[in-house]
Design a protein around this ligand. Structure first.
Ligand SMILES: [Zn+2]
Length: 267
């Protein structure tokens, strides 16, 4: 009897959540129709425009060369071509190269949060344009793009995977196809926010895998992982390890924004 009671109680919260989610979506659609789009950063009306207003776009901090050939971390001076940062030498990642369009500062954070949690999918084409520009070397040599996957429960709650949306938009610009579902998140992991670098690495350990049926899709191929933000790099590093284990020839990483901690030195 106890089993019956608990079985009949279990679906109730999820149904309620489902109804709440549906109502929220309806309300948002109604608001979108009623209100003109606003710049997610300064709340200025965008008129016919999309994404950020022109003033906020100009305040985004683009990452341009010179930067570490491996990690893409910007240098404060030009040490010459191909030089690596201390980080890349002391603690080399599993992936080969990482590139990011902008620094993860206040404006980039507002943009990413609006895109990810505010249903501002209209931001994707502009973010993808900057990413394709920052990652042009990587894309020129790539066989396929792979979005960093969400666990199905988080995907269900958020209704879309922001990395997959960016990957599709970059594919449209570069012609490199996207592999959806090849890389799987097999374990739900707590959010990485507030964790140290070591804690982040432990948190995502073993969270990703390439399914047996999909191994042929990655074997011997040059791949680019796509994500919105790179903080410690633990998530993309774990993804890259899973892809290399499955036989990928080469894994690069392309993100919209990356955390740039302090002034970097080279050796
Ligand atoms: Zn603005």
């Amino acid at each position: 009897m106890n089993e019956l009671v608990s079985a009949s109680q279990d679906p109730a919260p999820s149904r309620l959540t489902q109804i709440r989610g549906g109502l929220r979506a309806l309300l948002r659609t109604a608001l979108d129709v009623a209100l003109p789009p606003l710049c997610p950063s300064c709340r200025a009306p965008l008129g016919d425009g999309v994404g950020l207003c022109a003033a906020c776009w100009s305040k985004l901090s683009l990452i341009e060369p010179p930067y570490c050939a491996r990690l893409g971390i910007p240098f404060t001076y030009d040490p010459g071509p191909g030089l690596l940062s201390m980080e890349a030498i002391a603690d080399p990642p599993a992936y080969d190269r990482a590139r990011a369009a902008v620094r993860y500062d206040d404006i980039a954070r507002t943009l990413v949060v609006s895109f990810k949690y505010g249903d501002r999918l209209d931001l994707a084409p502009m973010m993808a344009k900057w990413m394709a520009r920052a990652g042009r070397e990587l894309l020129a040599e790539a066989d396929a793009l792979l979005p960093v996957p969400l666990h199905w429960r988080r995907l269900w709650a958020r209704r879309f995977n922001q990395s997959a949306t960016l990957a599709e938009a970059i594919s449209g610009l570069s012609g490199v196809p996207v592999l959806h579902g090849t890389l799987q998140r097999v374990r739900a992991t707590p959010q990485q926010v507030g964790l140290s670098k070591t804690e982040r690495a432990d948190n995502v350990q073993g969270a990703f895998r390439v399914s047996v049926e999909e191994k042929a899709q990655v074997a011997g191929r040059r791949l680019v992982l796509i994500d919105d933000v790179l903080t410690s790099g633990a998530t993309v590093d774990t993804c890259a390890r899973a892809l290399l284990r499955a036989g990928a020839a080469h894994v690069d990483v392309l993100v919209f924004a990356r955390v740039v901690a302090a002034v970097r030195t080279t050796i």
